[in-house]
Design a protein around this ligand. Sequence first.
Ligand code: DX5
Ligand code: ZN
Length: 220
Amino acid sequence: MKEIIVAPSILSANFLDLKNDLDITEKSLAKWLHFDVMDGHFVPNISFGSAILRQVKGYSKLFMDVHIMISDPLKYAKEFIDAGADILTFHYEALKSDEEILQVIKLIKSNNCKVGISIKPDTKVEKIFKYLNMLDLVLIMSVEPGFGGQSFMDNSLNKIKELRLEIDSNKYNCLIQVDGGINDITSYKCRNAGADVLVAGSYLYGKIDFSSRVKKLMGI
Ligand code: DX5
Ligand code: ZN
């Protein structure tokens, strides 16, 4: 039975007491920390940058799962890798060509960082099949990127199933991550569809039963 990885998104954390939220996260079964970078251009919201990542990395032992929702991943990738990203996931829709996508993948890998591609709800999952042999992870957005606390979009489930089939039939070594509106109900659907990593922000942070909620997302 595969173990589901839970990646709490600190976008929903309390930044006035971030150390406490990081301690709570580390005390749970969550092994990753999902770090949502937003530039106010690719998505209509601005979050935080590499300086915060550097401080968080210096304090926490969690695996830094950095999700860059930015228009120029080529320009900023190395900055986030140097600040401590363990995996850097950029958006397919932020690039204009196959060449640009391959350039970003190559840059991230050549800096000894794991690499993921994220697709928005309206992007067909087949679009990224050609990169699967180079990727460590594919992030299926189950909400429109930009904000925490949105509702899960059920049409993500077919994308997860299609991707699961493509990865398994080709024996690729690529994780399926789902992000947006993940809770005790939607996590069950995502696990059954074949997800490996579940991101959750508003379902976890600010809740007194953080640890037991993480277990619920893992199905244990
Ligand atoms: C949205 C971010 C998500 C978000 C998840 O653009 O990529 O990671 O923080 O928050 P919830 O779990 O509250 O939907
Ligand atoms: Zn995210």
